[in-house]
Ligand binder design. Structure first.
Ligand code: LMR
Length: 396
């Protein structure tokens, strides 16, 4: 049987991790996978997570199956985080949320759920989008098409073109939107642009599917959820995939959530039954540990305040790194305008160099980034920014 297989190429993002780890050069710089790093280049466990884990270990009484919905406390507390505690859709009992193995698990479950609504549904994703979106949706049998999004020449949003395309999309299709910190471009919709997209979704009736993997990494927890809250207040049906990998630093614990917003509570119950069927057929039920940490933090005023402080430290550092890179490129004699990097949001931006230049940076300088020239801003530090800027200046 196995002789029928042909080898798959390494994942464009995760494959970089292996290459970087094998590189013996001491000056190497990792701008590949989207993982937060402190000034020393480490990805520490948040103090609030450590405290919650300690508490949890002391209090835990059983390891019995948690069930396919995952933790009810996690689902309800993360609903409040995403939608805000008094959101009309929550008050009307129109939202059903399940805990999932990471944000990717949430996306895949949502994709399978959409396929149950209508097999082969077309899902429109931004051009560009996270490299894994396309494969993941196709694996669920969905047809993937793109709408215009990032203007590579002018380093901004192609908003008019985006809106014009969305206006052509009707009731049978799904539109995937990034809630904040667009991966890979860092170029987000502002609130007026969100309002315009919400209006089109309302008029045309397509299913909005929002991926929120970076809540709190852009402008703040509530600010970053603007689009999610506005959309959920305006439409009958919506899907949300969220992740606790980045904002709680729980990458390897694999914890996220998948929410379906239905027209009313009865429709939400039907949707939930389909979600649970999908989950049972893929992984039966989610792991419990990550959810337990998050619900312990969000359920305690003290730990939540500590988490918000630690999240702000990560956000401020990333924004600081953006400004630092722009200044260092200037100081290294680069005349090209890179100021867009300081205006963009979240973990990523495109450097805007070609693939040959990306490869030269990797092979000759030990600087690792995705082939599209997406850089993970968190990998920049006071220690490496000078070397990074000089190397970029050399290859431009
Ligand atoms: C990224 O885009 O680098 C992260 O979301 C990690 C991943 O799984 O790709």
């Amino acid at each position: 049987m196995l002789e029928r297989l042909t080898a798959m190429p390494a994942d464009p993002i995760l494959g970089l991790l292996t290459k970087y780890r094998q590189d013996p050069r001491s000056e190497k710089v990792d701008l590949g996978v989207g993982v937060y790093k402190d000034p020393a280049g480490n990805t520490p466990i948040l103090d609030c997570v450590k405290a919650a884990e300690k508490q949890r270990t002391a209090d835990e009484t059983t390891k019995v199956y948690i069930g396919p919905t995952g933790s009810a406390a996690f689902n309800s507390l993360t609903n409040e985080l995403a939608f805000g505690p008094a959101h009309p859709a929550l008050l009307a009992n129109r939202i059903r949320t399940i805990s999932t193995p990471g944000g990717t698990g949430a996306l895949r479950v949502a994709a399978e759920f959409i396929a149950k609504c209508k097999a082969g549904t077309t899902i429109w994703v931004s051009d560009p989008t996270w490299a894994n979106h396309t494969g993941l949706f196709q694996a669920a049998g969905l047809t993937v098409k793109t709408y215009p999004y990032y203007d590579y020449d002018n380093k901004c949003l192609k908003f008019d073109e985006m809106l014009a395309t969305l206006k052509q999309i009707g009731r049978d299709d799904v539109v995937l939107l990034h809630a904040c910190c667009h991966n890979p471009s860092g170029q987000d919709l502002n609130t007026a642009q969100w309002d315009a997209v919400v209006e089109v979704a309302k008029t045309n009736g397509f299913l909005p599917f929002i991926d929120m993997a970076y809540q709190g990494f852009g402008d703040g927890v509530d600010e970053d959820a603007y689009g999610v809250r506005a959309m959920a207040a305006a439409v009958d049906n919506m899907v949300l995939a969220s992740s606790c990998s980045k904002n709680f630093g729980l990458y390897r614990e694999r914890i996220g959530g998948c929410s379906i917003i239905a027209k009313d509570s009865a429709q939400a119950d039907v949707a939930q039954s389909v979600l649970l069927y999908v989950v049972r057929c893929i992984y039966s039920m989610p792991p419990a540990h990550g959810a337990a940490i998050v619900e312990t933090i969000l359920g305690s005023a003290e730990l939540k305040a500590q988490w918000l402080d630690e999240l702000k430290v990560m956000r401020d550092r990333i924004n600081g790194n953006r400004a630092m890179l722009v200044e260092s490129l200037k100081a290294a004699g680069v005349e090209q305008d890179f100021s867009f990097i300081a205006r963009q949001k979240g973990m990523f931006s495109f450097l805007g160099i070609n693939e040959a230049q990306v490869n030269t940076l990797m092979n000759d300088y030990g600087i690792y980034m995705v082939g599209s020239s997406r850089i993970s801003i968190a990998g920049i530090s006071e220690d490496n920014v000078g070397y990074l800027a000089k190397s970029i200046a050399a290859i431009l």
